[in-house]
Design a protein around this ligand. Structure first.
Ligand code: NAP
Length: 278
């Protein structure tokens, strides 16, 4: 089994992004990313910290706008509007989870599409579906970036995506269709998941359940991308794929951690530089 690491791909993207950020900085100031946070969730804090550290390394300014775990819809909406109008801010991320009763998609509609570097605004997803320019959610794009980097054929190939969230599964289905894959999107109501997924030459798991995908879910020789990030009791991270169980059967598998995650972060920064270049 080949391990499809994301670390080298992420390093290349960060290198290219850093060079472009330096040019922009000389011309008129740094590309700037604002991350709006309204949670005290530990996993979220870790993720935001990793974005901020990666941004600093490549010369993208990153403002973490922490509005507190009890922020109201109005407070978050007003701040998003302000950031949307600010010409010095090129990219905006609305971090989830949000306080109870606050709707992420409704708030994400406040993020101008040209600053929506994580493709969270429903308008971005609509534009993606219609074949118009928009930023794709970085995680969905990371999956395709890894597959293309490793020259995994997609045209005409059966791809199964497990998970239909608006942040990963659905946008990923569009990106794969654009590359002429034959895409099946599975979810919690899919009957006989192993029967469907074991037909696929390429399988993407984006569910959030440790070890959901076992040996009977995979086609021999399949390429498997594990998007899942599930915290373990000892502070580690495991994916949705039972790597030990599938390793004898699959052709290639992305690791967790070190697969989709680092590429996602690198793409967020690239998108911010893209937005600043326009
Ligand atoms: P989500 O919004 O909770 O969606 C999960 C999807 O999985 C839903 O469509 C759900 O189906 C489906 N599902 C749940 N149980 C299932 C089962 N037993 N069989 C088949 N499908 C099942 O999660 P998400 O935001 O898409 O994230 C998915 C995973 O990716 C999580 O582990 C998350 O932490 C990880 N993630 C990683 C990155 C990264 O950068 N590496 C970024 C984002 C997310 P229904 O629609 O029917 O409920």
């Amino acid at each position: 089994m080949t391990v499809l690491s994301g670390r080298e791909i992420a390093a290349r993207i960060r290198r290219e992004t850093g060079e472009r950020a330096a040019e922009l900085n000389e011309r008129g100031g740094p590309p700037r990313l604002a991350v709006v946070v309204a949670t005290d969730d530990g996993g979220s804090a870790w993720y935001v910290g990793s974005i901020a550290r990666a941004a600093e390394k490549v010369g993208v300014a990153c403002d973490v706008v922490d509005l507190g775990a009890d922020a109201s819809t109005k407070v978050i909406a007003d701040r998003l509007d302000e950031l949307g109008r600010d010409p010095k801010v090129h990219g905006i991320i609305l971090q989830t989870p949000l306080p109870k009763g606050v709707s992420a998609p409704e708030l994400a509609e406040r993020i101008p599409v040209d600053k929506d570097v994580d493709g969270a605004n429903p308008a971005s997803l609509g534009r993606l579906a219609a074949g118009l320019t928009a930023f794709a959610p970085a995680t969905a794009e990371a999956v395709v970036t890894i597959l293309e980097h490793h020259e995994v054929a997609l045209s005409g190939v059966e791809v199964a995506v497990v998970g239909r969230s608006t942040t990963v599964g659905k946008p990923l289905a569009h990106l794969l269709l654009d590359r002429n894959a034959t895409v099946t999107v599975c979810h919690s109501r899919t009957r006989d998941l192993p029967e469907v997924t074991s037909r696929a030459h390429v399988l993407v798991a984006a569910v959030g359940r440790p070890a959901l995908i076992g040996a009977d879910h995979v086609r021999p020789g399949a390429v498997v991308v594990d998007v899942g990030t599930n915290p373990t009791e000892d502070g580690g991270l495991v994916g949705d794929v039972d790597a030990d169980a599938v390793s004898e059967r699959v052709g290639a598998l992305t690791p967790v951690p070190g697969g989709v995650g680092p590429v996602t972060t690198a793409l967020l920064l690239r998108h911010t530089v893209d937005a600043a270049s326009r």
